[in-house]
Design a protein around this ligand. Structure first.
Ligand code: SF4
Length: 415
């Protein structure tokens, strides 16, 4: 496997960007030029960028596209992975959650170790390099449960990379096992844990976080578990959930905190912005008029673009989640700061034709097509961003190349 490097230079777009920057507000121009020079942005500067609109907003997206190219080359990537959610039963009561059920609920599920291993084996047969295993905090989970999940998968498919257990699950498992999170994580690593989703981050700004999580997993506990994972040699992703009761200052705080953790540990593989989906959540239903219905389209673009600028040099993989935004918008993000489309998330129960709003699976060929439509070189990667299969540059795809400026006009037209 080779690492992903396809760096080329594009003098023409760079000259166009220079012209655009000369026409915008001087404060925004100074911040964007600072980013182009590779300098670190402050929280205050990030807030200025979150408040841009019009031509400044377009300049932000084009600057993020340029910094993406300087940092990642002309490659867009995806991973073939399968989500295995072993239970939807959870009593933590996070107000933003539309996933958890009680044990008595007709839709309650808690699948066996055999079923978990069966799903991992099927995924391997279909070309997956990773399974992403997460679940609710079911009261019947015992002290050995998380370790036994790993053992079941590794016994059946030893080569499969196991990306599993959010920091909330680690917190819960460590309590059940009466271990420190550090010792608990080391035990999981010894039994095959390859990496962890950095979910349950939500918003790390403490006051907003309290409203979302009933303060069960506090900011400092989330940070402790993430650092413990990194120190044990277990890399994690990093995430944000935005567009509910939060705002630009909270987003800037969150990005700054992730950056400071990364400076210390180097353990984040990527940053994944996840827009809030309000349907059926207690947070939305119980607070009429006080909770937003998720981010606007332009906020989605700003989050990816500003993350690219804030995190550059520290977390250089910015992932656009097609599950939250749809494959079309996610592909447009590839020309506004992101360099990765995430996982195919195969799920046998949902056919390609019958998906929900954005479906539960994107085929690898669709990932390749979307990356090519963004004008980038497409590669299938593994969890650690090493190339598994190279699908070549956009010109090889036979699809029409869409110029970045057109994409940015589309991006700026809505939201
Ligand atoms: S811990 Fe996870 S599954 Fe449980 S309520 Fe919170 S978000 Fe939902």
């Amino acid at each position: 496997m080779n690492s992903i490097t396809h760096l080329t230079s594009h003098p023409e777009p760079a000259a166009r960007l220079e012209t655009l920057l000369s026409q915008i507000d001087p404060q925004v121009r100074r911040i964007l030029k600072k980013s182009l020079a590779g300098s670190e942005l402050s929280q205050e500067e990030a807030v200025v960028l979150f408040n841009t609109s019009g031509v400044e907003y377009n300049a932000l997206l084009q600057t993020a596209d340029r910094v993406r190219q300087l940092r990642c080359g002309d490659t867009g990537s995806f991973v073939i992975t399968r989500n295995i959610n072993f239970t939807n039963v959870c009593y933590m009561g996070c107000s933003f959650c539309n996933f958890s059920k009680t044990k008595e609920d007709a839709e309650a599920e808690f699948i066996s170790f055999t079923e978990i291993a069966d799903r991992a084996e099927e995924a391997w047969a279909r070309g997956a390099t990773e399974v992403c295993v997460q679940g609710g905090l079911h009261p019947d989970i015992d002290k050995d449960f998380y370790r036994n999940v790993l053992i079941a998968i590794k016994e059946r498919v030893p080569q499969m990379h196991i990306h599993a257990f959010s920091p909330f699950e680690i917190w819960y498992g460590a309590k059940k096992a009466r271990m420190t999170p550090e010792a608990f994580l080391q035990d999981l690593k010894d039994h095959g844990l390859g990496s962890m989703p950095g979910t349950a981050a939500e918003i790390l700004a403490p006051e907003v976080r309290k409203k979302l999580t009933k303060d069960k997993l506090k900011t400092d506990e989330w940070v402790r578990i993430i650092k413990a994972a990194h120190n044990a040699g277990v890399p994690t992703t990093s995430t944000i959930m935005y567009g509910h009761v939060d705002g630009p200052a909270d987003w800037a705080f969150h990005l700054d905190l992730l950056r400071s953790i990364q400076k210390e540990t180097g353990g984040f593989t990527e940053f994944v912005p996840l827009g809030f989906i309000h349907y059926e959540t207690p947070l939305y239903k119980e607070n009429p008029g006080q909770v937003r219905t998720g981010p606007t389209r332009s906020e989605h673009f700003k989050m990816h673009a500003i993350a690219r600028l804030m995190l550059q040099g520290y977390i250089d993989n910015i992932q656009a989640s097609w599950v939250k935004m749809g494959p079309e918008t996610a592909a447009q993000m590839l020309r506004s700061g992101a360099n990765d489309l995430g996982g195919t998330l195969m799920n046998e129960s949902i056919s390609r034709a019958a998906g929900g709003q954005h479906g539960q699976e994107v085929m690898p060929e669709d990932m390749v097509n979307n990356i090519h439509r963004a004008g980038l070189h497409a590669v299938q990667r593994n969890t650690l961003y090493q190339t598994v299969q190279d699908y070549g540059p956009a010109a090889d795809s036979g699809l029409n190349f869409t110029a970045p400026s057109d994409l940015i006009v589309v991006a700026g037209a809505a939201g």
